[in-house]
Design a binder for this molecule. Sequence first.
Ligand code: HEC
Length: 372
Amino acid sequence: MPMIAALLAVSFYADVLPILERRCLGCHQAGEAAPMALGSFAEARPFAKAMRDAVLSESMPPGGGLAAGEMAVLRQWAARPTAGVGARAAVMPVRPTVRGDLVLQMAEPFRVGAEATVEYQHFVLPTGQKEGRWVQAVEIRPGNRRVVHHAVAFVRTARSEFLRGGRLSVEDEVLGTYLPGEGVLRLPEGLAKWLPAGAEIVLQMHYTSTGQAESDRTEIRLEFGERPRERVYTMSVAEWEFAIPPFAAAHPVEAEFAVQTGVRVLAVTPHLHLRGRSMRVTAGETVVLDVPRYRFDWQLRRVLGKPVELAAGERIRVEATFDNSRNNPRNPDPAATVRWGEQSWQEMMVAFVDVAIPAAWPPTEIYRHKRF
Ligand code: HEC
């Protein structure tokens, strides 16, 4: 019987397309981040083996995560790529839209040269808001998806020293991120983010070159909502005082923080640069993120299936390692001693942790006794 099972071919329309619809077409369709569309037999057929290799090596979808059964189907189909009966048009995942109650754009287009570059660029966009606003949804919309590798939008409050020679203040936080295939953050009812009066938005853009001169003018769209029950606040659990020695292959850096009030942990985003190798985040006793092979190419935000409640005094712990060796193909300079900095040849060690707190609180409550 196993012989027969092995010979039973899977077919594109019956077996493969449903997997692509669930897992791939969000990016592999016209106008999205991936270089080729995979929505029909004719489009996918030339990539049968590349698709198999990409899912088996867990390089696709970014971050891996295909079920064993799904991988088996793509493996079998690559061995014998037939169309099967019942040809139909793919159901394309629709990108959610965000009402533009406030739309801010980079003041002018940024030119991305033909030569490869990985430098971060920061653009400060004044919001002009006289009153604070509750933000229900955020969309970062790249002007040119070919060159925008990823983007992070920070809220910078009037007093902050971020990019003025200092660090993020407690009131500053991440508002939203753009990763290929994922540019929209919509919070469920009863939860919202806070945009203080007079704040600015700092767009941190990471561009990659396509080999041709290109330009980009990214915009951010905010949808405002009612006062929620709870505020979603993005904590930065970070360690700034580190020095990664030259040629170190797995240099550990840790950060730990005890919350001063109860919070509910909703999501975690690791942030390391080119030498980042691994990160693990533990909230209380629960491991909420474990990325043993961090890839700078694929930033990610992990939303917890089950939020974790932390009581006052419980800890969030971040353990990261950095690879400053010659074996790290991304390493710009293994001979350097590497410290904290915003540029990609410097390093950052932060876990952005989204927590829910009562809407009436200032986030400083979480840090009450802490010098930040
Ligand atoms: C979040 C967006 C996204 C999703 C989801 C995604 N891809 Fe990709 N894919 C890309 C981008 C961007 C590239 C080109 C850049 C790169 O190779 O990293 C790519 C490249 C590829 C390549 C070219 C070879 C390679 O490995 O680089 C293959 C094959 C591929 N994807 C297959 C798939 C399959 C199969 C799925 C679903 C199981 C999938 N992708 C899901 C964004 C995505």
